[in-house]
Design a protein around this ligand. Sequence first.
Ligand SMILES: C[S@@+](CC[C@H](N)C(=O)[O-])C[C@H]1O[C@@H](n2cnc3c(N)ncnc32)[C@H](O)[C@@H]1O
Length: 297
Amino acid sequence: MPGGSGDREMVPIIDDVLRAATRRLLAAGVPHAARDCRLLMGSVLGWDQARLIGQGDTEIDAEPRARFAALVARRERREPVSRILGQREFWSMTFALNAATLDPRPDSETLVEAALAQIGDPMQPVRIADLGTGSGCLLIALLSELPQAVGVGVDVSRQALQQACLNAQIHGVAGRSQWQQADLLQSTWVDEIGAQFDLVIANPPYIPIGAKSQLAPEVCDYDPKEALFAGEDGLDFYRVITNSLHDLLAPAGAVVLEVGIGQAEPVTSLLRAQGMMVHPPWHDLAGVARVIVGTCR
Ligand SMILES: C[S@@+](CC[C@H](N)C(=O)[O-])C[C@H]1O[C@@H](n2cnc3c(N)ncnc32)[C@H](O)[C@@H]1O
């Protein structure tokens, strides 16, 4: 009989929908398929991960199923979950992203750790410059840990700076931060950002242009190109930054630079060539020499 219980569509449970989506992503070669499906489902339902695991036997209606399927299709095309959701956790803070901002990497938390160790007393009124600020994650994380610090985030991208400015507002540090458009590859940028700084930090573009074909689609197709590549050897921005340190740094200042794999030595040499004292590198969780700290003698 029409409308009778025998005709009613079977409503699947969340766990079954997750399993099917995970199989689909695995078949497409997507890494971390199960985790990513859970994150996407959590965002569709507005549930945290603990609830998702605990209540996976709940039925899920057609409308949220369709929204979930649309997100899974984007992940199948290798769009990172952080781009799909428009946000990324970094230093236990949530940063909103747009198309012009690099998706912040966990490795870059090593830079924040190294900078905090270099500063020591968190109550110092330090002045920080963040060169190539992107989402503002590095500067905003530091300002959140250093209540007396002020900082300027510099980027060539106006769209990235708009996002950084919004992130600063979200995290309550807008009053202690400025966002300045400048092109590090033009000779005028040091004058444009002005004052001397106690701390210069940078995670600049550092991928050699020839390494493009080795990048995962999540990086190559979705991170902004301007955030990735830096000439033949990947060192273009380190040359520019180290050449400017004498003008940028206050007398007892320090520079903290994130580097790519194999770049610790050449960047150390660039700093030494400017008369800086270079400290032992900081390693990321994978054991890669990831951050170089230089101080004025
Ligand atoms: C590797 S991303 C780092 C973003 C952010 N600091 C982070 O750690 O997630 C490098 C940043 O440098 C910026 N950039 C690229 N070329 C630039 C230039 N010529 N002058 C200033 N900034 C530039 C990019 O827009 C990008 O935001």
